[in-house]
Ligand binder design. Structure first.
Ligand code: XIL
Length: 319
């Protein structure tokens, strides 16, 4: 049985993968990516980001997103939609001009309104805001926080999202390096408590889980971080799991990688309200890692020949 079949038996809602547009013409790739026994859930790795969705102000383009959303619907997979707001992959028209707070508020609502409405019945969850925090728990300086003079744009984005997504769609805050109890994850906890006090809608926290062999959190650490959000009544998910190694890869590193994958998935399975695990692609040649972290790679479950690595079997064994 595939990973999603096993994950459901283990009590999760899904085991999923991110899919990028660059390999959609490779049928070996697509026959795995859109196989719902293997992956019951799909995240478009790029197509729903602002620069592709609204390349010019108030001009919307859903082509790239649809290349993934449509076949995944046909395959009977569910989707985590990604994302409404991020500091990265923004269109030039948005970053090259200084908008006022009022302008940016209406730009934000218009963007969320169009994208949420277009994908109204397509998303199990939306990453409403992605990566708004620094590792020390302070707010990231970006066009949003700078223009709004602080993090209030986040609450606003969640309110707009609630207004336009379908009733059943879960609204998530998503970030990396929040997989342990640390300054950053504590800042997310504080944000959620503040939202709950003020009636700002939020349903989940996504722990990206971009890990590295040799310095990854333990099962206990990931479990403890997940628990802090479940305690607040929110669901969680591991949304972008991958485990990079320093190249060249070795059998010893592959073994460590397998354990990190398995421990992470187990932390989700054992948690009260961790709904699923998404890998940030499953095939090494299309991983985002080598270009972002030069000298690192081989972060995924299948190698260049589509051969299952020890990590694949380790995940399948704990499910
Ligand atoms: C990455 C994509 O995989 C790349 O193709 C793109 O060039 C940059 O973005 N955290 C996120 C994802 O939330 O959106 C990022 O995806 C990886 C890090």
């Amino acid at each position: 049985p595939g990973l999603d079949v096993l994950a459901k038996r283990a009590g999760l809602l899904y085991f999923g993968t991110a899919i990028d547009n660059v390999v959609l013409n490779d049928t070996r790739y697509t026959s795995i990516a859109f196989n719902r026994s293997e992956f019951g859930q799909v995240t478009p790795a790029n197509g729903q980001k602002w620069m592709y969705i609204e390349p010019e102000r108030n001009v919307f383009n859903y082509t790239m997103a649809n290349e993934i959303v449509i076949p995944s619907k046909k395959a009977g997979q569910i989707r985590r939609c990604h994302n409404f707001i991020w500091h990265n992959q923004l269109p030039d028209w948005l970053t090259s001009k200084n908008y006022t707070k009022a302008e940016l508020t209406s730009i934000l609502e218009n963007h969320i309104k169009h994208e949420a409405t277009y994908f109204k019945n397509d998303c199990y969850a939306w990453d409403v805001v992605n990566e708004a925090l620094n590792d020390d728990g302070t707010w990231r300086q970006d066009i949003w926080s700078n223009t709004f003079g602080g993090p209030e744009y986040i609450a606003l984005a969640f309110k707009f999202a609630r207004k336009y997504v379908s009733r059943n769609t879960r609204l998530y805050y998503n970030d990396y390096n929040i997989e342990t109890v640390n300054n950053k994850s504590l800042a997310v906890v504080a944000m959620v408590k503040d939202f709950q006090k003020r009636g700002v809608p939020i349903d989940g926290v996504g722990l990206q889980a971009h890990f590295t062999v040799g310095r990854s959190p333990t099962y206990d650490q990931v479990s403890a971080s997940i628990a802090q959000f479940n305690k607040l009544g929110l669901e969680t998910a591991l949304t972008e799991l991958d485990v990079r190694v320093a190249l060249p890869d070795t059998p010893a590193q592959q073994a460590d990688q397998a354990k990190i994958y398995a421990d992470s998935v187990k932390a989700c399975v054992d948690a009260r309200d961790c709904v699923g695990v998404t890998v940030w692609d499953f095939w090494d040649p299309v991983s985002w890692v080598p270009s972002t972290f030069p000298g690192n790679g081989d972060a995924d479950l299948l190698d260049a020949n589509f051969t299952r690595k020890p990590a694949y079997y380790a995940v399948s064994d704990i499910l």
